[in-house]
Design a protein around this ligand. Structure first.
Ligand code: S3P
Length: 429
């Protein structure tokens, strides 16, 4: 993909439905009593993987442009063929929670990237709950021999992961008794909110501990999925970095465990406002306006991203490294070793591309230090097959001093197939 620098961007847009919410609501609808109708379902290939796996498990799904209709299941059926989760960690990890509580054997696999990612983190708690799980060195393919009367457990997550928390909560739906998940640092809470929205009570003892009393079952219903803030994030950054830009993004999910990115950019002096906030099945939604250019300077504390905010920023960190290269003093990101286990090693890939564009970068085991402000040079960049790297560096290419080329940029389809079309639509001469 060839990208030229641009002067500014402007317009009113909406982004497709949130990927994390779409995975969860599809699984909820597949297990619910009654039928569900989901509007603005994510167009991401990843969410397509979740729907296909559900179909393989006997769930009836009707997909049209406007809606995904899911018939509440009379119970899942075993799939004779392995379930292909594609590139999607959320599909593999959260669906494993569902299948750990089914009385049959399932095999889950995925593409090369997914087969290299750690699955021991779900195998441990789901085995404690009574499933028998085989894998090679804690990686996919994994074979799950489920147990339809799982044990209620108390589990403290060793790494902050909403996918692991969600896997345990889905398995807990069939457990008799109270399952408790304790986090050291709070991760995104869509599962908790949507369980409550579809009739299964998940209680928060405090911000870091949730409980579910099983057995419990969802009631189907309708939902309009909020726009994906992690997709909107690239447009927010592009507009913020290009003075003279004025962009309005409608119907963006503003869940606190995801919207930290907007607070960081505001603390860096960018002009971002939200309004019209409302709720959709317990998920906050609103409109985001971005005016291009920096309003005021950055304090040095704001240039350090670390600790408890990291899980809420996890998917936006490569992009924040790009934006950080444009602010006074640059940015330091720490406590983010998890980035090495995403669709690519996002610390190494971000560092490599930034260096290609002329930025001084120091890589740490758990983070990255990026110098700034730097005038980016147009360069040959690599997506490394990772959608978030491709989109973060598309934004970088827009503010560079000459043309850039990103190899393998079609991987944006994994989360945001409309990305380049929508980007072209807001570029003004
Ligand atoms: C996700 C959780 C995060 C995130 C991923 C989606 C989810 O992963 O990086 O893109 O939908 O729960 P972890 O749970 O592994 O941190």
């Amino acid at each position: 993909m060839k990208l030229e620098p641009v002067k500014k961007i402007a317009g009113r847009i909406a982004v497709p439905g949130d990927k994390s919410i779409s995975h969860r609501v599809a699984l909820i609808a597949g297990l619910a009593m009654g039928n569900s109708e989901i509007s603005n379902f994510s167009t991401a290939l990843d969410c397509g993987s979740t729907l296909s796996c559900l179909e393989q498990l006997g769930v009836r799904i009707n997909r049209s442009e406007e809606k995904v209709r899911i018939s509440g299941s009379a119970g899942l059926k075993p799939s004779p063929a392995p379930l292909d989760c594609g590139n999607s960690g959320s599909t593999m990890r959260i669906l494993s929670g569902v299948l750990a509580a089914e009385d049959f054997i399932s095999v889950l696999t995925g593409d090369e990237s997914l087969r290299s990612r750690p699955m021991g983190r779900i195998i441990k708690p789901l085995s404690e709950m009574g499933a028998t799980i085989k894998s090679t060195d804690g990686k996919a393919p994994i074979e799950i021999c489920g147990n339809s009367s799982p044990k209620a457990i108390t589990y403290e997550l060793p790494v902050a992961s909403a996918q692991v928390k969600s896997a345990i909560l889905f398995a807990a739906l069939k457990a008799r008794g109270t399952t408790r998940v304790i986090e050291k640092v709070k991760s995104r809470d869509h599962t908790e909110r949507l369980f409550n929205g579809f009739g299964v009570n998940v209680k928060s003892d405090d911000d870091l501990s949730v409980t579910l009393d099983g057995p419990a079952r969802f009631t189907g219903g309708s939902m309009t999925v909020p726009g994906d803030i992690s997709s909107a994030a690239y447009f927010v950054a592009a507009a913020a970095l290009l003075p003279g830009s004025n962009l309005l993004i409608h119907n963006v999910g503003l869940n606190k465990t995801r919207a930290e990115y907007l607070s960081v950019l505001t603390s860096w002096g960018f002009q971002i406002s939200t309004n019209g906030q409302r709720d959709e099945r317990n998920e906050p939604v609103g409109d985001v306006r971005i005016i291009g250019g920096v309003e005021r300077g950055v304090t040095s504390a704001a240039r350090n991203l670390k600790g408890a905010s990291i899980p809420s920023l996890i998917d936006e960190l490569p992009l924040l490294a790009v934006v950080g290269s444009q602010i006074d003093g640059g940015v330091e990101i720490r406590d983010a070793a998890e980035l090495r286990h995403k669709e690519s090693d996002r610390l190494a890939c971000t560092a490599e591309n930034l260096r290609e564009m002329g930025v001084e970068v120091t890589e740490h085991n758990d983070g990255i230090t990026v110098a700034g402000p730097v005038r980016l040079r147009g360069a040959r960049l690599n997506s490394f097959g990772d959608h978030r790297i491709a989109m973060a560096f598309s934004v970088a290419a827009l503010i560079a001093d000459g043309p850039s080329e990103i190899s393998g940029a079609d991987c944006v389809d994994i989360s945001f197939p409309e990305f380049f079309t929508l980007l072209r639509s807001v570029i003004s001469a």
